[in-house]
Design a binder for this molecule. Structure first.
Ligand code: NO5
Ligand code: CA
Ligand code: CA
Ligand code: CA
Ligand code: ZN
Length: 417
């Protein structure tokens, strides 16, 4: 790991709503603005049909109880209707983005759009970690996983008694904001830091806890650039065809691209990248987790990767509908399910195997378990549904929706042994 250093990278390039679509070369994919519709898809009642929707090229915002929320072009919407699904148009995605963010001028964003300043920008997140580190020098250690594509640090804070020492205590990892627009998750990780450094948790003495509040700093900065929400998901790494972004949660090395759970199209929101761990942010996280194999034993025993939205607790595998398969015994699956159900009972989310939602390959949880046998969950946070606002709930919800997971976090910490 590197010493944390502040990097004030300017918001890269033009950050306009049009850039979201205009950066794509003509003829390479579907026509875009202004015809990106937000749709509610009904009839996707099985994981197989939800996977078909995910594979159709639309941007899946959320999925729950047989209803999916997607952003689709007219052609994509027609193709899904032709499969017998019902699509209800809920709005013009780009117009909703512009309206939601209030039409503020397009300077680099000093903060979130008006009314949402309670969210932490990248710089505010770094400052909060530095403040926590200087206020609690004995129980924290702040460093960086390495650089994002645009050269920002990816801060990681360790919280434990004698944090400077590598003690013989079970290690636990919390990761957030792998998807740029899922800003509530950054607040979730910062809330974990707050709670664990406040002196209220016994786990500081019995665990070594690592928190990464933003796995995707470039995407996160881009998403609020110009004072307008960009609805951005991926990282900001350019692709060979002129589009931008790899989906980090399809870029991990375990069975990367194995199972039609990601896209080979660079313009797709679930583009897997040209090769496994091609995204620097993914490579940095993998290198860190690899480095926690000490004396042949992986020290990290538990992990939650926070996303939004749909209020779900998900466990591996994502790449197969099978519960028991290569790399997962019945006893291991039952353990995942049992702890997952306990956590869901504590926060009111819905528990499921990840592939029960739709098939994904190259996701972080499959890699954490498949490669390192870490008890690894994906939480999809608040709200349960919500279209555009699903990614941009007002900052008033932050306190309630992050503390809502205190019990689940404690269950994970308890079982990470
Ligand atoms: C995640 C999970 C299903 C792993 C994903 O909507 S999300 O992108 N946050 N859902 O598809 O990577
Ligand atoms: Ca702020
Ligand atoms: Ca310790
Ligand atoms: Ca240790
Ligand atoms: Zn996500």
């Amino acid at each position: 790991m590197h010493t944390l250093r502040r990097v004030f990278a300017a918001a890269a390039g033009v950050a306009t709503v049009l850039a979201l679509v205009a950066g794509q070369p003509a003829g390479a994919q579907e026509p875009t603005a202004p015809d990106q519709g937000l749709y509610q898809v009904r009839g996707a009642d099985t994981a197989t049909s939800r996977t078909a929707v995910a594979r159709s090229g639309v941007d899946v915002l959320g999925a729950r109880d047989g209803t999916m929320e997607v952003v689709a072009s007219p052609a994509q919407a027609d193709a899904l209707r032709a499969k017998g699904l019902t699509l209800d148009l809920a709005g013009d995605w780009l117009a909703m983005l512009a309206r939601r963010s209030g039409g503020v001028s397009r300077a680099a964003a000093a903060d979130f759009p008006a009314g949402d300043e309670g969210y932490h920008t990248y710089d505010e997140m770094v400052a909060a970690l530095q403040a926590a580190a200087s206020a609690h020098p004995d129980t924290t250690a702040l460093s960086s996983l390495g650089d994002s594509y645009e050269g920002r640090d990816i801060p990681i804070i360790k919280i434990s008694d004698n944090a400077a020492a590598d003690e013989d205590e079970p290690e636990v990892l919390f990761t957030c904001n792998m998807h740029a627009r899922e800003h509530l998750t950054t607040e979730m990780c910062l809330h974990i830091v707050d709670r664990l450094t406040s002196g209220a948790s016994e786990f500081v003495n019995s665990r070594e806890i690592y928190v990464v509040p933003s796995l995707n700093p470039d995407g996160s900065v881009y998403d609020i650039s110009g004072g307008e929400y960009q609805g951005w998901r991926k990282n900001r790494q350019p692709n060979s065809n002129g589009t931008v972004g790899t989906d980090p949660n399809r870029n991990f090395s375990y069975k990367w691209g194995c199972c039609d759970g990601s896209s080979t199209s660079p313009s797709a929101e679930d583009y897997r990248g040209p090769s496994a761990r091609s995204a620097p942010e993914v490579a940095a996280l993998q290198a860190f987790v690899d480095s926690r194999v000490v004396g042949g034993v992986q020290q990290i025993k538990g992990h939650i990767d926070f996303h939004t939205f749909s209020e779900l607790v998900l466990w591996p595998f994502g790449h197969t509908f099978d519960t028991v398969t290569e790399g997962m015994t019945q006893a291991e699956y039952d353990h995942f399910k049992s702890i997952g159900q306990q956590m869901a009972a504590s926060n009111g989310y819905t528990p499921d195997q990840s592939s029960g939602l739709y098939i994904t390959d190259g996701d972080i949880n499959d890699w954490m378990w498949g490669q390192h046998k870490v008890l690894s969950y994906c939480f999809e946070m608040y709200p349960s549904s919500g279209g555009l606002d699903g990614f941009y709930p007002p900052d008033e919800v932050i306190a309630e929706q992050t503390s809502r997971n205190d019990g689940a976090v404690d269950i994970l910490l308890t079982n990470a042994t």
